[in-house]
Ligand binder design. Structure first.
Ligand SMILES: C[S@@+](CC[C@H](N)C(=O)[O-])C[C@H]1O[C@@H](n2cnc3c(N)ncnc32)[C@H](O)[C@@H]1O
Length: 185
């Protein structure tokens, strides 16, 4: 799902794509196989990043790996065409952290770029990895991002984990737009 939506909004293989909280996910494998040449994977966990690097072997050198907190990382302004996050935003249970995250995405993605965020759906799990999570409808998730992010598409996915458990996700694909500026003149 993530790969299909990214390909849809970023047809150029030179597009700068960041997988936020990518962990050991195989999305990066799919992006490399699709020909993308400017891929960044960021995660808090060096262990998860190392797993992905080991799995990729020599191809790991085609990726920029960042061990950092998405809330405080020093992203280049407008440095990315696509910001992807599956199963990270829903761990942010404080409004302050969510606002900080949205500010980071607004800073890191240029106007015209895209933000693709997938969280547990409104009827999805209430806890994951021993942590409370926030659950969203597509509208509620889009509302978190607010002005400056136009909702292009939302998709529900029934995901089956490697252990066979079912998890309902909602994906929101938004385009980053310029905020209206008001002049007193
Ligand atoms: C449930 S896993 C999802 C991994 C991957 N995106 C996927 O879909 O398979 C959540 C990941 O987010 C990372 N994470 C959680 N909070 C983060 C933060 N504030 N900044 C960066 N990574 C974070 C965790 O270390 C973990 O690898």
């Amino acid at each position: 799902m993530s790969l299909d939506l990214i390909r849809q909004v970023a047809p150029a293989v030179s597009s700068a794509i960041i997988d936020v909280g990518g962990g050991a996910s195989t999305l990066v494998d799919g992006l490399i196989a699709s020909g993308y040449t400017d891929i960044t994977v960021l995660d808090l966990s060096t262990v998860a990043l190392e797993q992905a690097r080991q799995r990729l072997g020599a191809a790991e050198s085609r990726v920029t790996w960042l061990a950092a907190d998405a809330l405080t990382a020093d992203f280049p302004r407008g440095g990315f065409d696509v910001w992807h996050d599956r199963a990270v935003f829903h761990f942010l249970t404080s409004a302050e952290d969510r606002a900080r995250y949205v500010e980071q995405a607004r800073h890191a993605v240029h106007v015209g770029g895209h933000v693709l965020v997938a969280t547990f759906a409104h009827d999805g799990l209430t806890r994951c990895s021993g942590l409370n999570v926030a659950r969203y409808t597509a509208d509620a998730l889009h509302h978190e991002f607010g002005a400056g992010f136009r909702l292009l598409e939302s998709v529900r996915e029934e995901h089956t984990t490697p252990t066979g458990a079912r998890q309902a996700f909602v994906y929101c694909l938004c385009r980053r737009e310029a905020l209206a500026t008001h002049s007193a003149a």
